[in-house]
Design a protein around this ligand. Structure first.
Ligand code: 1CP
Length: 345
């Protein structure tokens, strides 16, 4: 156990004096070297499906900041793409999809699922694993069914996922079918990521926080539990982090219910509450405000220290409460890494 990579040690339940550090969206627009490769690769999806470039982008933040984990460079919307839905990204305005609507369109998705469409992602994983420094863990991921379905229904990002929420109230059977299709496809996709070489998984339920409790149960908790059950049945040893953004008080018993080894905490969760309420065997990941990182200075130091204090003595992975913002200065990320490791002042 002593020779596990720090991130994997924490996921196995070990508390470390210096928590392992990585950041959601660490491979992305705040890095000039990312911008440079993106400009060469064509569209965003072309970048995701170019193993040579996607592998380089995955490694960029490790090379610059020495994070303890690399996260596969891809996107949650490659799964709808593999299900045959038309997906593209418009620069400046984010993802676009041709919305799924009719029962027939929803039924057709499972039929047209082609996991081989994602083979460039598995090739990216294969390339990265040979190049990672020995102590750096490799995280694979997918979007949770509710979050992915919300984009499939709306056809774009929205402030509150109202189109999918309405759809789920009005046509619960059709929506359940879509969710089931995503459970099956996501589990198969994650298992293939493990076989290609990732060592841990994160499930992103970025839009869990817009649902009332009954809908949370049906569209967030149940599908996540099913995916984790399927992945664990096939590959029992790979640890899983559930990032249920806006999960609020649902987080209290969620890790045991889902069978997840860690919970990602969003910015609004009080670390003291989480440390007290969530069972000590569950690793906690988070939860610095991305805007504190953008602001830097004394406010950043103060927020970092408060989080470190609350989680000291428990298995903790230092991360943000959501993704790095594109405007974040690189020096602030260096300030963060130095402070966590006790090499700053
Ligand atoms: O213009 C560009 O270069 C594209 C920007 C970008 C990037 C860098 C997008 C479009 N996706 C990504 C990469 C990405 N997305 C990763 C890579 C690994 C890393 O973390 O470094 C990951 C894990 C994701 C996951 C993702 N995509 C989520 C879940 C996490 C979260 O941030 O909440 C979601 C919701 C998406 C959808 C998406 N993809 C891209 C954008 C701008 C969005 C959000 C759209 C919206 O709702 O407005």
């Amino acid at each position: 156990m002593g020779d596990l990579k720090p991130l994997l040690a924490v996921l196995s339940g070990e508390a470390r004096a210096v928590p392992p550090l990585w950041l959601m969206r660490q491979a992305g627009r705040y890095l000039p070297e990312y911008q440079e490769l993106r400009a060469k690769a064509g569209s965003f999806l072309d970048t995701c499906y170019n193993p040579r470039i996607a592998a380089r982008i995955t490694l960029q933040p490790i090379e610059r900041f020495g994070f303890d984990a690399a996260i596969l460079f891809s996107d949650i919307l490659v799964v709808p793409d593999a299900l045959g839905q038309k997906v593209w990204f418009e620069s400046g305005s984010g993802p676009r999809l041709v919305p799924v609507e009719s029962d027939a369109e929803i039924a057709a998705l499972a039929e047209s699922f082609d996991i081989e469409k994602l083979s460039p992602v598995f090739e990216t994983i294969d390339r990265v694993k040979g190049e990672l420094p020995k102590s750096v863990a490799f995280i694979g991921f997918c979007g949770a069914p509710w979050t992915v379905a919300s984009y499939m229904i709306a056809g774009r990002g929205t402030p509150d996922q109202a189109p999918a929420r309405l759809f789920a109230y009005r046509r619960p059977e059709a929506f359940a079918r879509l969710i089931d299709t995503l459970v099956e496809a996501s589990a198969a996709y994650l298992i293939r990521q493990i076989d290609a070489g990732v060592e841990a998984l994160q499930l992103f339920d970025s839009w869990a926080g817009v649902l009332p409790p009954s809908e949370f149960e049906r569209w967030v908790a149940e599908p996540l539990k099913k995916i984790i059950g399927k992945v664990k049945a096939a590959r029992p040893r790979v640890p899983i982090i559930a990032f249920v953004r806006g999960g609020a008080t649902h987080l209290a018993g969620l890790s045991e219910r889902l069978g997840a080894q860690a919970l990602g905490l969003d910015t609004a969760i009080d670390p003291a509450w989480a440390a007290e309420t969530i069972p000590a065997g569950t690793a906690l990941q988070g939860n610095l405000d991305p805007l504190a990182l953008l602001a830097g200075g004394a406010a950043l130091d103060r927020e970092i220290d408060a989080i470190l204090r609350c989680f000291s003595g428990r298995p903790h992975i230092f991360n943000l409460g959501h993704g790095v913002l594109p405007e974040t200065p690189l020096e602030h990320v260096s300030q963060l890494a130095a402070r966590i490791r006790g090499t700053g002042n």
